[in-house]
Design a binder for this molecule. Structure first.
Ligand SMILES: Nc1ncnc2c1ncn2[C@@H]1O[C@H](COP(=O)(O)OP(=O)(O)O)[C@@H](O)[C@H]1O
Ligand SMILES: [Mg+2]
Length: 272
């Protein structure tokens, strides 16, 4: 009798592949054909373009952002930079990581990235590295700076992960230990990029932005609500943040796939 669910003869491995294919968390699972899945690049977030496609157009856009930020700092003083946005899922973490990688590409530039989103940390997950003691442990005096600073495996970029989950992130981030930490990091690093929670649902990002040298506001061109981004900007400014500018992500139609004049790989010039 035919199986009503239609999967009586299915190979269990086939079912496994199918379920993997549907899992949005298996970001790096690339489907080559109907039933074959290959896990690539150790599951590093596919939007980390500096890692996956360093010669591509999108990586160049991140370098352009980096160059603008570096140009705002002609004396080359060590700087702390907060990356934030109005609400979640606007690309803060991906932007912070891409920017930190682009800064780390510059010669003689020592860079650290801090996951200060103690509520929904994701930097370690996007890099596919193990969570370890991190920022929360440091601010609670349970770990030393040398213990929590870890190499990312990309140039000389170093990471301080979020660390042990805590119930009172606002209180921990508001402590004077954070100022001491930022001052110490500026003795060791040229740029310290700080990934944060969103501005509107909690006070964490405002607290961090008010203490950093500069803040970048991320928004998604098509999906972010203008009024929310404006509210976030106002709130950051009210808290004394030095908002340097906005970074717009998911801009469609601005890449070599849709406009050949933007392509500039080897041999492209002859074809145009
Ligand atoms: N440029 C992009 N286009 C489409 N999806 C993206 C882009 N950048 C990031 N993402 C995806 O969107 C989700 C949210 O990104 P994330 O950087 O974690 O946002 P946030 O830190 O603001 O919550 C992630 O699943 C990420 O892989
Ligand atoms: Mg995030």
């Amino acid at each position: 009798m035919a199986d009503e669910a239609g999967c009586g003869d299915a190979d269990p491995t086939d079912a496994m592949f199918r379920s993997k294919k549907k899992n949005p968390e298996t970001d790096a699972a690339r489907v080559l054909d109907e039933d074959v899945v290959v896990i690539v690049d150790r599951a590093i977030n596919p939007y980390l373009v500096l890692f996956h496609e360093p010669a591509g157009f999108r990586a160049e856009q991140v370098r352009a952002l980096r160059n603008r930020l570096v140009a705002l700092n002609p004396d080359g003083e060590p700087k702390t930079l907060v990356v934030t946005s109005a609400v979640r899922n606007e690309g803060k973490t991906v932007t912070a990581l891409n920017l930190a990688m682009a800064l780390a590409e510059l010669e003689r530039q020592s860079v650290a990235i801090i996951d200060a989103d103690l509520r929904r940390p994701s930097v370690e997950r996007y890099l596919n590295i193990n969570p370890e003691p991190g920022l929360a442990d440091l601010l609670l005096g349970r770990a030393t700076l040398d213990k929590v600073l870890r190499p990312v495996g990309y140039r000389k970029l170093m990471l301080i992960g979020a660390g042990t989950r805590v119930t009172n992130p606002a209180e921990i981030l508001g402590s004077s230990r954070l100022d001491e930490l930022l001052a110490r990091l500026k003795e060791r690093f040229q740029y310290v990029v700080i990934d944060t929670p969103p501005v509107l649902p909690s006070t964490d990002a405002g607290v961090l932005a008010g203490r950093a040298d500069g803040t970048l506001l991320v928004l998604r061109l098509e999906r972010s609500h203008k009024s929310q981004s404006k509210d976030a900007l106002r709130s950051l400014q009210d808290l004394g943040a030095n908002v340097l500018g906005t970074c717009v992500t998911e801009v469609r139609g601005q890449d070599p796939d849709s406009d050949r004049r933007l392509a500039y790989g080897p041999g492209e010039a002859e074809e145009l």
